[in-house]
Design a binder for this molecule. Structure first.
Ligand code: ATP
Ligand code: MG
Length: 462
């Protein structure tokens, strides 16, 4: 991909010289800058592949320079050098889109290794971009959002294995995006013009699942009134996505193993082998290794499925992705087709960042979708979030399912309050009329008004 260009920025000339020497020996073209302003100018001029920059520099500090570099040349990767222990600057830099950071004093090997990683990633990202361009006219897959290091690992693996026909096992907690990854694998593969067939192994009892997967001849079991082709056949020349593979019975596992070995299937009630050209992608939120130990999952099948494993990181381990995800879901669930995506208050965002997200991205999406509705497309504040009103709200600790339980209660309460506010507004503040509209007794309405602190609602218009 041609010679890579690197801009080395540090106010210390000896460090610049050291890095120049090291990087030139590796075959890179190296430029230097001594101040933040100089960095920005040179990036605008030459758009280098990589900037290696000290956070602390005269005129314009590295953090400010970083955001200007990203603004001027989004494709330029930035490596930040920080003094040992200044993790705040490092975090801030990562938030602003730095690729990575190294702490000073650094080992030259470490620099070399990191630079190598940057370029590997850039090349891969470029390939993925090209592929994306190719597929955009075919099927618009849902965008996978998040640029945290764990997600970058996921993208890297997708980029590497999408085109291979290898079987992939996607693991991770519920709601982490396993299905999205399966889609990305298919639509970035050479099979993308073929079908992507999804089967949830948890949705059906054993016999029906087998009939679904393998198809059946007429009369092969009770209820098989006609002949039918199975999902494996339907996935020919494409991909089959076996979701919740951990729920598959041992008998069906044996049959699946045979399909993977022979690339042939037999319909139920028939012994005629049918060739299938398929790629298999599986997902599970179970620990399959453990299921193997408990003899609930065949070990030979496990090894065959686990050729390539993509572990999906839980959201609590990559909270830096939350702001981008929030923005994505605000746009996705905008209040109406024509409305602008709502905005979110800083306090509300802080709450989202504090929460631990046992339901991962799916839970975040649900929370945002609901908040958009409650805020009617206006600014979302922490009042539209289901986390209660008090700092460190832990009232239901000890309960079996505290977060779900309180989520439910609070959602219902919020909904009730909303209905009451709407009725009061529509009734022009006339409580009898509002009670009538809601179909409840006035006494109950009064009690609720008090409970929710709506005594002055709606404010008298001037
Ligand atoms: N990184 C992401 N970017 C954008 N949307 C995401 C991301 N991860 C998950 N989602 C969204 O969250 C929801 C849940 O994702 P998905 O169905 O892929 O999860 P899953 O891991 O298959 O969960 P489960 O095990 O419960 O089936 C979907 O609506 C999906 O579009
Ligand atoms: Mg799923």
């Amino acid at each position: 991909m041609g010679q890579k260009t690197i801009l080395v920025a540090d106010d210390d000339a000896s460090i610049r010289a050291l890095l120049r020497q090291l990087l030139q020996d590796e075959g890179y073209a190296v430029q230097e800058a001594a101040t933040g302003v100089e960095v920005v100018d040179k990036v605008k001029e030459a758009s280098p592949d990589l900037v290696i920059m000290d956070v602390r520099m005269p005129e314009l500090d590295g953090i400010e320079a970083l955001s200007r570099v990203k603004g001027a040349s989004p494709r330029t990767a930035v490596l930040i050098m920080t003094a040992f222990g200044s993790s705040n600057a490092a975090i801030r830099a990562m938030e602003l889109g730095a690729f990575d950071y190294v702490t000073k004093p650094f080992e030259l090997d470490k620099i070399n290794h990191t630079v190598g990683k940057v370029f590997e990633y850039q090349d891969l990202a470029q390939e993925v971009e090209v592929l994306r361009g190719e597929i955009s006219s075919l099927v618009q897959t849902e965008r996978i959002v998040g640029n945290s290091p764990p997600m970058q690992e996921v993208y890297k693996t997708i980029g590497k294995v999408a085109k291979a026909d290898a079987t992939v096992l996607i693991t991770g907690e519920s709601g982490t995006g396993k299905e999205l990854v399966a889609e990305a694998l298919h639509y970035n593969s050479s099979r993308r013009a073929g079908p992507l067939v999804k089967v949830s192994c948890a949705a059906l009892p054993e016999t029906l699942l087998e009939a679904e997967l393998f198809g059946h001849e007429k009369g092969s079991f009770t209820g098989a009134l006609t002949q039918r082709r199975g999902r494996f056949e339907l996935a020919d020349k494409g991909t089959i996505f076996l979701d919740e593979i951990g729920e598959m019975s041992l008998q069906t596992q044996t049959k699946l193993l045979r399909v993977l070995q022979d690339r042939k299937i037999e319909r139920l009630g028939s012994s005629l082998p049918i060739k299938v050209d398929i790629r298999v992608i599986c997902a599970t939120n179970k620990d399959l290794q453990k299921q193997v130990e408990q003899a609930k999952f065949r070990d030979d099948l496990f090894y065959r499925l686990n050729v390539i494993n993509i572990p999906m990181p839980p959201l609590r381990d990559r909270k830096e992705d939350i702001p981008a995800l929030v923005e994505h879901f605000l746009a996705k669930h905008r209040y109406s087709a024509t409305a602008q995506p709502a905005a979110i208050s800083e306090e509300a965002l802080r709450r989202l960042l504090e929460y631990d997200w046992p339901g991962n991205v799916r839970e975040l999406e649900n929370v945002i979708e609901r908040a958009v509705v409650l805020s009617r497309g206006q600014i979302i504040t922490s009042r539209e979030l289901p986390f209660g009103d008090h700092e460190g709200d832990r009232e239901e600790e000890g309960d079996e399912v505290p977060s779900e339980r309180s989520f439910f209660k609070k959602s219902v309460a919020q909904f009730e309050k909303d209905l009451i506010m709407k009725a009061l507004r529509d009734a022009g503040g006339n409580r009898s009329k509002a009670a009538e509209m809601l179909g409840i007794y006035r006494r109950l309405l009064y009690a609720k008004i008090k409970e929710y602190g709506l005594e002055g609602f709606p404010a008298k218009s001037r």
